[in-house]
Write a protein that binds this ligand. Structure first.
Ligand code: SAH
Length: 225
């Protein structure tokens, strides 16, 4: 699976955003158990420094979450890699992300050749993310909405990834999942959650697997400009 991206000079990076620095992050993810070469290749190729404020660009290839404004964060690369690996287990075509944020996770999925739909409740974050998609030549469908209702007109999806935490699974999302599809979502309280992987069975039920502890910002209701 090749990585599909249009890379302008600023996306190539220099110094703390150089290929050498990115390769170091990829090696670290490998050491920490990420084994899928497609995922590692996407992380190596997608310029994470263009998904954060310029002032934070030098920290973009550290394995850490970073602030993106409005009290939100771009997820830690290890978490993005782990969720992407889990998602690929369903060999998906069409995927839905809830919580566009910076747009980085969506860009990783699009770079893997998937048909990506993403929903964000904060209008300003979505506007900035859309600019990034355009400048990287990524064809990603996005919507400003409360993602807890999913995107029913475009379902069913082969995979749904929720990048904000909720105390319980959102029923509407399970309903928009195709048979054989997977739903990946952090479930739990504010301080820490379990990353849940749910497989949709032929009878419509969801088989659960716990992938371990993660920390996400909360899934909130309603939308804001
Ligand atoms: N996937 C993002 C992570 C962003 S953090 C990235 O790669 O950068 C989680 C995001 O989920 C925030 O931008 C937050 O505004 C958004 N969010 C929270 N609740 C939401 C909801 N109900 N619908 C859509 N987006 C939501």
């Amino acid at each position: 699976m090749s990585v599909r991206l249009r890379l302008q000079p600023e996306a190539i990076g220099t110094g703390m955003t150089s290929q050498r620095v990115r390769d170091r992050l990829v090696q670290r993810l490998r050491d920490e158990g990420i084994a899928d070469e497609r995922v590692l290749n996407a992380i190596r190729t997608v310029p994470r420094h263009l998904f954060v404020d310029e002032a934070l660009a030098t920290r973009a290839y550290e394995d850490t979450a970073l602030p993106i404004g409005h009290g939100q964060t771009i997820s830690q690369p290890w978490v993005v890699a782990r969720m992407t690996e889990a998602l690929l287990s369903a060999s998906p075509g069409k995927v839905l992300e809830i919580g566009t944020g910076s747009g980085y996770q969506a860009a990783i999925l699009a770079a893997l050749g998937l048909e990506v739909h993403t929903v964000e409740r904060i209008g300003e974050l979505l506007r900035v993310a859309r600019k990034r998609f355009r400048s990287l030549g990524l064809n990603i469908r996005s919507k400003h909405d409360d993602g807890r209702i999913g995107w029913p007109e475009n379902g069913p999806f082969d995979a749904i990834i929720v990048t904000a935490a909720a105390p319980a699974l959102v029923d509407a999302l399970g309903e928009q999942l195709a048979t054989g599809g997977v739903l990946i979502a952090p479930v739990g309280g504010a301080s820490s959650q379990s990353l849940m992987l749910l497989h949709k069975q032929a009878d419509g039920s969801l088989r659960q697997q716990d992938l371990g502890a993660v920390v996400f910002v909360p899934l909130l209701s309603g939308m804001i400009d």
